[in-house]
Structures are given as structure tokens and as C-alpha cells.
Design a protein around this ligand. Sequence first.
Ligand SMILES: *[C@@H]1O[C@H](CO)[C@@H](O)[C@H](O)[C@H]1NC(C)=O
Ligand SMILES: *[C@@H]1O[C@H](CO)[C@@H](O)[C@H](O)[C@H]1NC(C)=O
Length: 444
Amino acid sequence: MKARIVKLAASAGVLVAMAGKVLAVTSGEFSILSINVAGLPDFLNNNEVPGDKATNSKLIGTKFAQYDYAIIHVQEDFNYHAHIYSTDTHPYRTATSGGVPFGSGLNTLSHFDWIDFERVKWDTCSNASGADCLTPKGYTFMRAKISDGVYVDVYNLHADAGTETADKAARAANLAQVADAIDARSAGNAVLVFGDTNSRYTRSGDGIRVFAEQNGLTDAWIEVVRGGRVPTEETVCANPSTTNECETVDKVLYRASPLLDLRAAGWAYDSRRFLQPDGNILSDHNPVAVNFTWATGSALQQSGFWGGPHGTWFSDVPVLSAKASPKVKAVAFRGAKRLDNVGLTLADGTALAHGGGGGDEARLTLATDTGEYWARAELCQGQKDGRTRNFYIRATTSTGRTLEAGTATSDCATFAAPAGWGIVGYLGQAGDEVDRLAFVYAPQ
Ligand SMILES: *[C@@H]1O[C@H](CO)[C@@H](O)[C@H](O)[C@H]1NC(C)=O
Ligand SMILES: *[C@@H]1O[C@H](CO)[C@@H](O)[C@H](O)[C@H]1NC(C)=O
């Protein structure tokens, strides 16, 4: 009886969630900035930037706040990090991983909150030129939440510098490492990669084409400024640059997904915004700014996530996006103490399942001939061995029939498909159990 009262209380939350859904923002625009902030200790490298690095770093933070970019990636944010953060005002910022030789120099300042933040060190570095092995350079990953149920996977990076053979090999290995990470984490998702790639299209062996070839990413500069033409002759930018035509190693690459239409609308060196009062530069790199427009998918959308950041990423989006109008024939869960597995069978017979083989199976066949579809789901999360995961799921169909598995907790959320849409698949993270879960919606 007690459990039922808890569930009724949770159902009251449903209306709020559904009311919120009606008001959900489904399109918008945002700006991003990539800037190498030249924050190595002055005695190691003055970056040929005039003035005092602490003062310059405070001014960089002031400019971040003034121009209000939605997501900023910094590289070489080492020993003057606190000065940048002291004047910047972005609400979501990564904690520094330290100065030289402890940190990677990578940080994110954002208007968007995120789920997951990971710092990954390069597998390969080269001392051939520069001191790339001195400090643990690498890449970072986060899934930024642009709006309710709207996410983009965001990667910052600082690849190996130098132009000797060993440098180029290390750099190509670095970029390939990010490309593999995108395949592993971001299948079916929109992706933004921006940072200091230390690469040029005109230098063979840098490996920058890996993102187009392996991940289907577009370089926003090639698209917006160069009309799709990949440069064949090397150009070098002045600093501050007076033109957008010259190629820099700081690059912005991206892709849309069936869940999120994403387009680069503007690309610029925002160099003139980042100058000292006397006109001198603040960094030895030109800052790169890109404006994006976005809209939720017209054929597929997703819910928010529930559960914790454990297990292997999975997504039904690649399978679902290949189908004209996916409909669910049967829903199947496994659960006991916790939620072990979530699955479903599509009308065309495709079976999708995620998680392990434990628990008891619960199954519901939908009356597809009378138009019944899966309208909303409730998830409850809890802690097991100090890690958050999903303990309970309840599906409710368009005709009010339900299917449940696992054990309800007091920490629950309800995800309702937009009006006229239904749940047709899953994405999240799973292992033996369903650690983190979100739902894929399609029109019914
Ligand atoms: C690079 O140089 C550092 C410092 O001399 C050394 O500790 C490191 O092992 C070197 N790494 C490689 C890959 O050569
Ligand atoms: C982005 O949009 C803002 C506002 O319209 C504009 O001021 C800025 O120049 C644009 N930047 C780029 C890189 O297109």
C-alpha cells in the first residue's frame, strides 16, 4: 500500500513534467569559442605575448564574460587559470586539472550544464620538438545539455605540437584517439570537437581528415568560409588576423544527428575582441568563434537521462533512424531488486535490448492494430555499491496499460513523449544492469 502512495505522488509529478514538455524549447542558436590562452609559466614560455600573463589572463576572463559565448574551450590553461576564472562569469566551468606539469591545460566554460565530464590523456606524445610529454595533454568529453532532452557531445583537445616526423605521428595518433572515442561514446549523437589540433590540411601526416572520414564531422571553417574547398596551399594568419581566409591549427568540427539538427551559421577569428588596451594581443593564437543554429529532430527526439555515469554507452538511434516510421510491437523488461534490462520489439521484428540477463522478465504486447503506443515511462534511481543506477521502470501506453520491473525508490522521474509521439527505443549506459537511461521518441 505504501508503495502505491509513493507511485501516486510520483504520478502528480507526471503532469508537471508533461506541462513542462509542452513548453520545451525546440530550436535556438548558440555561439562557441576556442582559444589557446598561452598559460604556460612565463619562465618556460612567454608565448611572445607582451605584458604580464596574470593581468592578460584576467582580461581574457573579462572578455569571456563580456561576449557571453555559450561554450568556451581553452587550451594551455595552466598556471594563470585562477585569473581567468576570477573575471569570467559562466555558470558551469570545469575544475582545473592543475598547472604544469600536472594538468592538461584543457577547460570548459559554459552556459549549458552537462552530464559526465572526462579527461583522457593521450596514449602517444612526442618530445621531438616542443615539450609535449612534459604535461599530460589529451582531450576532454562532456555531454552538454542545450535544453530539456537536447544534448550535444562536446570534445576539447590539445594535440601534439611540432613538425618533425615523430611529432606528426604523435599528432595523428592523438586525433585518431579522439575519433575512436567519438565512435565509442557518441554513436547517434550530435558532436562538437573544438580545440588546438596543431594540424593543417596542407601538411600531410597530421591526420586531421580522420574526423571527416571516420566520424562524418564537418570543419566549420571549410564549410562557412571556404565554401567546402579544402586548402591545398599553406596560409599563415597574422595575429590579430584581419581575414578569416587563413588557416589556423585551432579548429571547430561538428556533426548533426537524427536527434538534433545542428548547423554552423557563422565563423570568425574574434581576434579584435581579445586585445590589450594598448592593442597588443592576449594570446599567441587567434581565438576562433562559431555561431550554430539548432533544432530538435523531426523524426526522432530524446528524453532526459536518469541513473548514473557507469557502464558502456549505447544508442538505438542509428538503428531507428534507418527506419521510416518506427512503431513498437512489444516492450520487455528484466528486473528484481534493480533494473537489469530494457528491450522492445519493433513492428518490423527488430529486437532491441540493453543490460544483463538477471532478474525476471516482464513483457507487454501492444495492440498496434488499434493504434496503441508507448506514451511515457517512469524511472527510479538508487545507489548500489556507491554508484547510481536505475532500480525501476514503469511503461504506460497510450491506452493506459502499464508494464513494470525492478523496485521503486523515492528518487523517480517521468518522461513523456511529446503529443502524438511515442517511445520507440533507448539510449544510455549499461553493463550487467541499466546504469543510465533515456528514451527515444518518434511520431506515432
Ligand atoms: C620526454 O621527455 C621527458 C623528460 O625528459 C621524459 O621523461 C619522457 O620519458 C620523454 N617521453 C618520450 C615519449 O620520449
Ligand atoms: C554570432 O552572432 C552574433 C550575434 O548576431 C554576432 O555579433 C557575431 O558576430 C556572430 N559571430 C560569428 C562568428 O558568426
